[in-house]
Design a protein around this ligand. Structure first.
Ligand code: AVJ
Length: 316
């Protein structure tokens, strides 16, 4: 078992700065990458088990239905498989159960979570070299030099791309393109546009797990930034903004109040929100155009019957 952990130390100050900066802005905002502390990463796994959050199940059904075609097209045997934002490394097991890459590189912003899930994975796949890299992939970073620069296959499932706005998404894809090299590939899962009621339910699950995920951000403010914010004084709101093709998540203040964060004070009107997430949805054509603008060619595309989710294979 080869297992290595590279800690590129996503700057801890970053959380503090982003929160102070984001709460000083109009409208108030905090970037979604801060959802994923240890607790948040676990709540996200629970979201993925909610029937209304169709994303993982539909993506999985696409992988299963088209497994042969996907694996044949990928030529993954012997490749260096790299997964930005790997989280618990659950989805990649589908690939690892069927083929043997020369190396698996899970990358994640949450050090503890990555350490635990990468170690578990290395134990479950003896003989697979696992090089975990703790890094914030939304910022410029270099891959460690012991990850070979050839035969790189990037795996970016679950519509993680949706958190970037379209201009950022192009920048991110362009960066992957340059890291991938000329024989590189990108297997990417992207949520599609669909009726608003289905989208609405996916981000407003009746069990309240998505609400807990959103509100956990305020728990982080309390724990890590010595904030006096009362999570009960905010409520979860998620809706589909059709004009911009995205789900928006907000934390809405139930009352006019003053919140303290590390010695700074922030005033909220009743009903004023903190914008915590965008989740962009792309038609297959829109995604192909975006990828093209970033230097990728669409090689193959797989959809489920209803067209609720798309898996694209892109080549350099
Ligand atoms: C991990 C960004 C793909 O936008 O669907 C799920 C995060 N937020 N429920 C998404 C999320 C609320 C998720 N991504």
């Amino acid at each position: 078992m080869t297992y290595r952990f590279h800690d590129c130390q996503p700057e801890f100050d970053d959380f503090h700065h982003s929160v102070i900066h984001g709460l000083s802005a109009t409208p108030k905002q905090i970037p979604p990458k801060f959802f994923y502390d240890e607790v948040g990463s676990q709540i996200f796994d629970q979201i993925c088990a909610q029937p209304e959050y169709y994303v993982p199940a539909v993506e999985r059904s696409i992988f299963e239905t088209h497994a042969e075609d996907i694996l044949a097209s990928l030529q993954i045997e012997d490749c260096h498989l790299i997964e930005p934002g790997a989280g618990s490394s659950i989805k990649v097991r589908f690939l690892l159960d069927r083929v043997r890459p020369a190396m698996y590189v899970p990358m994640d912003i949450s050090a503890e979570h990555l350490r635990a899930s990468a170690a578990r994975l290395a134990a479950d796949y003896p003989g697979l070299p696992v090089h975990a890299v703790c890094v914030d992939h939304t910022k410029p970073y270099a891959l460690p030099s012991d990850i070979p620069a050839t035969r790189r296959v990037f795996f970016y499932p679950g519509s993680s791309l949706g958190n970037f706005d379209p201009a950022e998404a192009i920048r991110f894809l362009r960066d992957l393109r340059s890291k991938a090299g000329d024989d590189g590939r990108l297997l990417i899962g992207v949520d599609t546009k669909k009726p608003a009621d289905i989208l609405h339910l996916a981000y407003n699950d009746p069990a309240g797990v998505t609400a807990a995920f959103n509100l956990n951000l305020l728990e982080r403010l309390r724990k890590e930034l010595a904030s006096d914010v009362d999570p009960d004084s905010f409520e979860h709101r998620a809706f589909y903004n059709a004009a911009r093709g995205r789900i928006e998540m907000h934390l809405v203040s139930r009352e006019a109040q003053r919140v303290r964060v590390n010695g700074n004070t922030f005033d909220f009107d009743a009903g004023e929100s903190i914008h915590t997430e965008n989740s962009y949805k792309y038609t297959p054509d829109e995604l192909r155009q975006l990828a093209w603008d970033a230097g990728w060619m669409g090689e193959k595309l797989w959809l489920d019957d209803k067209g609720y989710f798309s898996v694209h294979l892109l080549k350099a």
